[in-house]
Write a protein that binds this ligand. Sequence first.
Ligand SMILES: Cc1cc2nc3c(=O)[nH]c(=O)nc-3n(C[C@H](O)[C@H](O)[C@H](O)COP(=O)(O)OP(=O)(O)OC[C@H]3O[C@@H](n4cnc5c(N)ncnc54)[C@H](O)[C@@H]3O)c2cc1C
Length: 546
Amino acid sequence: MAATTWDMGFAPEDDCDLTLSTDVLVIGGGPAAAWAAWSAATSGAKVVVVDKGYLGSSGAAAASGNGVLTVPPAERPEVLIQRYRQGNGLGNPRWIERVLECTWQSMPLLDEWGYKFPRENGEPARKSFYGPEYMRVIRRRLLALGVRILDQSPALELLVDRDGVVAGARGLQRQENRRYSVRAGAVVLATGGCSFLSNALGCNVNTGDASLMAVEAGAELSSMEFSAQYAISSAVNATATRGVPYAWATYTDADGNDLGGIEGGRRRDDFLATALLKGPVFARLDKATPDIRAVIEKSHFIAFLPLRKAGIDPYTQRFPVTLVLEGTVRGVGGVRLTSDDCAASVPGLYAAGDAATREFLAGAASGGGGPNAAWAISSGRWAGAGAARFALALRSDASDRPLRATGQVGLRPAEGKQKFDSDAIIKGVQDELFPLDKNYFRTGVGLITSLQKLDSLWREVRCTPRVDDPRSIERSRTAAALVAAGRWTYRAGLERRETRSLNRRTDFPHTDPAQRHYQVTGGLDEIWIRREPVENIPDYSHSAVA
Ligand SMILES: Cc1cc2nc3c(=O)[nH]c(=O)nc-3n(C[C@H](O)[C@H](O)[C@H](O)COP(=O)(O)OP(=O)(O)OC[C@H]3O[C@@H](n4cnc5c(N)ncnc54)[C@H](O)[C@@H]3O)c2cc1C
């Protein structure tokens, strides 16, 4: 790789060994990116996809099975109300309805492309998919449509034209050891959420890159405070974050005492976090009948692997459990959407899946267990179509625009400033974001203390990154993205002085009806927060549906 300095003010292709031009560039390689690419290609656009990993096995969905919120029309009114109520006042019924309809219409396409759903009463049961097979089928479809896929090619920064219109991206091709630049009429960000390298299943590629790239290009984020999403895992190997088997668990402390935590027939949501703050917690899946065991072992085999390896029988023996941060992956926050086609707040930029805010569908709560998979499909389709429309309208003007690279942090040397240690920065961010008493349960004082540390890490990533080889460039940029995501998350959490779903403030333990608004955030050195009203919609919160 040429040792060129990545300085601002140069032509973005100057130091690139691979330069491409396309109508739509999709950044990401999970379901949201794949559906966006399909939608853009079938709208008549030329499409390039760049994935940090391999489109087919990379990301949160490809790592395991996914339930999908597919709802037949007759059941929609009831599901809509349930979803809306779960969102704690911040969901949007019109968007929930759109997602339900788009997902329902999209699932049969997978049969056409060769996905084999199990059959119930002779009909395909399209309620979930097996991640790797789902992604394999879509990849094959994209290649058949002529979509160009660059695997192992993380995007690092966006390109904009003189008017600030997003017009492509630059990145690295790890295996070829070279830089690339893609000029595009429009860009879809679909890089997933941010789990802060916690090792949550499939999520270590989800480092919040879209948020940093978007903000540097002038876009905004929303609902970043609803990000304290943690998943249960055995502590034997805290990466197999599959929650379903634990529905049949009993929990005990170190002395074998039952931990209870049951209220109104179900465990309180914060039961496990509360217990873990007091000491080790052990689970035993002793409520699973032989029939249930057969089902959960097949569908969630990955959760059992570490236990088997350690010689633990999870049905008869107690094993330690923990909570692993998933951040915005099964949380809510991401790039703010300004239109039905998932446009961001700068022209030429669109966002889909976990890279985008899921507030309209999930409100303030987690969208795991079905909604998020439906959102990846729907938002992917809308963003891809929107980007194609934007790009095709520009077509003749798009390819020879003068462009500027927008990356500001973790990419280029800052004169006279020393090199920062990416691994130390990442560890510093994790020290503030992982602990349950800092993030799961938040207080104003705790958030301010963490923000001081994160701000100091930010000043460090404003110094000179190590750019000796592709790995160190990527690592520097990842460190910058994680610090940025941590700061947006905690600033938004500090500003929301109430407990609402995934923003649990022990100093403000109640939900405050006066704070039923979205929080939009952005900024790099100076982070700002703005309130955005919830669309004036019928209030379903008192509906009779349970
Ligand atoms: C353990 C687990 C179980 C889950 N189960 C369910 C479920 O049952 N139902 C449900 O609805 N949801 C579930 N979810 C959530 C669901 O998996 C996600 O919402 C969904 O995968 C989002 O799709 P996505 O395409 O936005 O992101 P991902 O699937 O995470 O894909 C992101 C992609 O972007 C790529 N990428 C990242 N950064 C860059 C970059 N800089 N340049 C290029 N590419 C980049 C990654 O390599 C990856 O391919 C689960 C999540 C987890 C972690």
